[in-house]
Design a protein around this ligand. Structure first.
Ligand SMILES: [Zn+2]
Ligand SMILES: [Zn+2]
Length: 83
């Protein structure tokens, strides 16, 4: 049986017991997660670190979008005032 090491507690377990992150490939026990999962999810799963990374990139996308919008509006109003 293939053994993998839990990234959280460092204990080895079988692949059936541990959750493998779809993104970084790290393995975790269900009960080592915060919050703990009652069961191993059948569909693709990502660890908290990877979810945080995705949230961060989404946030920076929204931030960049807002920033360019503000910049565009500023330039627009400056031009309107000049003309
Ligand atoms: Zn563990
Ligand atoms: Zn991950």
């Amino acid at each position: 049986m293939v053994k993998v090491e839990c990234e959280s507690c460092g204990t080895e377990g079988s692949v059936d017991e541990l959750l493998m992150c779809d993104s970084c490939g790290h393995a975790y026990h269900c009960y080592c997660l915060v919050p703990p999962l009652p069961d191993v999810p059948r569909r693709s799963w990502r660890c908290a670190k990877c979810i945080a990374k995705v949230r961060l990139s989404q946030f920076s996308f929204v931030y960049r979008f807002c920033f360019s919008l503000v910049l565009y509006l500023t330039v627009y109003f400056v031009l309107v005032n000049l003309l």
